[in-house]
Structure formats: C-alpha cells, structure tokens
Design a protein around this ligand. Structure first.
Ligand SMILES: CC(C)(COP(=O)(O)OP(=O)(O)OC[C@H]1O[C@@H](n2cnc3c(N)ncnc32)[C@H](O)[C@@H]1OP(=O)(O)O)[C@@H](O)C(=O)NCCC(=O)NCCSC(=O)C[C@H](O)C(=O)O
Ligand SMILES: [Mg+2]
Length: 275
C-alpha cells in the first residue's frame, strides 16, 4: 500500500492480512516521497497495527531517495525493510551493513524483491548472502516488463522465473511471497492465480487492495479437508507401529508425507491462534 495514502494507512489497521508493506517506491509519486517516508516510519513505530507484520518498502538502490529511506526505515524498526530490484549477493551484504550501521534493531530483517532477470539468474547467491535476509518477494510486474513478456492467465511467460526463485528460497530456508494481481475487479483471475501460487509452493501472496485479502487467506490456509486428511494420515502412520510405509485412503504414506501433514497442521494451528 502507498505510504502516501492516509486513508489506506488507517484502513490497514482493520484489514485481516498477515503483513503490510508500506510502499515508498512505485506507488508513491516523486513529490510525495519525503512525506510518505515520514508516514511509513511513524506507522511502523506506532504499534497500532496489532499482530500484522509491518514492513517498509524503500526506493531502489541508486535512486536519489534510497539512502535516506534505508536509514529512516532502519531507525523506525519495522519487521522488515523491503528492497526492490535487488540484483546480487553483494547488494544484499551492503544493504545489511547499511541497516546495521543505521542502528536497525535485531528484529528488523531484509526482504529482497526478486524482479529482474539478473536477480533470477543469481537467485541462490542472493538467497544465501546473509542470515538477515528473511524473504523473497516476487515483483511480477517488473519481471514481465524486463522480459518483454505479457501478463497472461496462467502466467506461462514467467513460470520459469517463479520456479527458480522458489527453488533458491527453499534451498536457503527463507519465505517466498508471490507477486500481485493487478486487476482488482477480476475476482476469478485473481483466485486462479492464488491457487496457482499455493500449488507452486509460495508461502503467501502480495496484494494491492483490501478486496483481495479474503481470497488470498482462503487459498493459502489449509482447507478443512486438508486438515482432516493430514490428521488421518498421521494417525494411519502411527497405527502402523513402526512400519516404514502404510496406506491411507488408498495412498502410500511414508515419513515424508507425515512431515508434510504436520506442516499443514502447524499452519492450521497458527492461523487458528490468530483468533
Ligand atoms: C489499486 C488502487 C489504486 C485502487 O484504489 P481505489 O480505487 O481508491 O480503491 P477503493 O476505492 O476500492 O478503496 C476502498 C478502500 O480501501 C482502501 N484501500 C485501497 N487500497 C488499499 C491498500 N492497498 N491498502 C489499504 N487500504 C486500501 C481505500 O483507501 C478505501 O478506504 P476507505 O475510503 O476508508 O473505505 C489502490 O488499491 C492502491 O493504491 N493499491 C496499492 C498500489 C500499490 O501499493 N502498488 C505498489 C505495490 S505493487 C508493486 O509494486 C509490485 C511489484 O513491485 C512488481 O514489480 O510487480
Ligand atoms: Mg516492482
């Protein structure tokens, strides 16, 4: 959400999302950037967003606003500073050094936007560059732009890039968030993209409008059926009393399936705990 939009900053206190990205980059006009920076930092430091993970997206490396954004954001102490168009492991290390020099508290990590061909080709090096890197955020608009591709249903032109970033993120053990769906009125297309993102393995989806939150929450939360299956599968394996392989509903179950089922239940329980 644009940090320059006062109504949106207020509304965000009531939106049932997991995280907020207060944007200083593309959603904010050049003249509005200094005021947006101040508003984002005040919001991040306010403690008024409850359980929501509050992050600030700064302007990109090399822009006239980047250094001041990074310093102010570090001092405001959000959960993460989101940096657009990160292109290399060296950039990650420099960003982390600058956050630390600016006095960022320990809980403030770096989220890197992966949205250029260079970032995709260097994804593993970027993902493993620093312990302080907590997540990749896919920038699908910039990716489409840089590839001279097109936004199409099913996202075939960018699937190899999405997969590559996911592989790197999983190898590094960080979260990977899917990109935004631009058409806020296209509910069917949006829900299909949420399902696709979930099936690919993303941890969540970045959104641009409050109307997209419910659909994303439903797509990324384990369904009742999935929770029931997970419980049944674990029970079947335990009933096997040490046998390495059993069946549940006709399907083979081994320890690795139990691990996945436990992950499903852990996500379900974490969501339930939010109340
Ligand atoms: C897309 C929008 C410009 C639409 O705005 P608008 O037509 O004003 O929306 P509504 O009138 O339907 O809004 C209804 C109420 O909801 C609030 N609102 C709207 N959007 C948000 C939001 N993102 N977060 C919080 N609250 C929001 C409005 O203020 C209204 O509130 P109220 O009046 O009190 O009822 C607009 O939604 C928007 O600006 N969206 C975010 C755009 C953005 O952040 N873009 C940058 C991130 S995406 C990106 O950069 C991707 C990446 O880098 C890439 O490369 O892909
Ligand atoms: Mg972008």
């Amino acid at each position: 959400m644009p940090a320059s939009n006062e109504r949106a900053l207020e509304k965000a206190k009531t939106i049932p999302c997991d995280a907020l990205i207060l944007d200083l980059e593309d959603a904010v006009a050049p003249d509005a950037k200094p005021a947006a920076r101040e508003a984002a930092c005040a919001a991040a430091a306010s403690g008024e967003y409850g359980r929501r993970t509050v992050t600030i997206r700064v302007n990109g490396i090399g822009t006239e606003w980047h250094d001041a954004d990074l310093e102010a954001a570090a001092q405001a102490g959000p959960a993460a500073v989101v940096v657009p168009k990160v292109g290399s492991a060296d950039e990650v290390r420099t960003l982390v050094a600058k956050l630390e020099a600016a006095g960022a508290p320990d809980h403030t990590v770096l989220w890197a936007m992966v949205e250029t061909p260079r970032a995709i080709l260097g994804a593993l090096a970027i993902a493993t560059a620093s312990e302080r890197l907590g997540a990749f955020v896919m920038g699908t608009n910039d990716l489409v732009k840089e590839l001279y591709a097109e936004h199409v249903p099913g996202r075939a032109p960018i699937l190899p890039s999405l997969h590559t970033a996911l592989l790197a993120g999983r190898a590094a053990g960080i979260a990977v968030l899917d990109g935004v769906h631009n058409d806020v009125k296209d509910t069917d297309g949006f829900l299909a993209e949420c399902r696709q993102g979930r099936e690919l393995g993303f941890d969540g989806k970045t959104l641009i409008h409050p109307g997209q939150v419910e659909g994303a929450n439903a797509a990324f939360a384990p369904s009742e059926q999935a929770v029931e299956d997970a419980r049944g599968l674990i029970q079947a394996f335990e009933d096997g009393q040490g046998s390495g392989v059993v069946t549940h509903n006709g399907r083979m179950v081994e320890q690795l399936h139990v691990d996945s089922a436990r992950r499903t239940l852990a996500i379900h329980e974490a969501i339930a705990a939010l109340g």
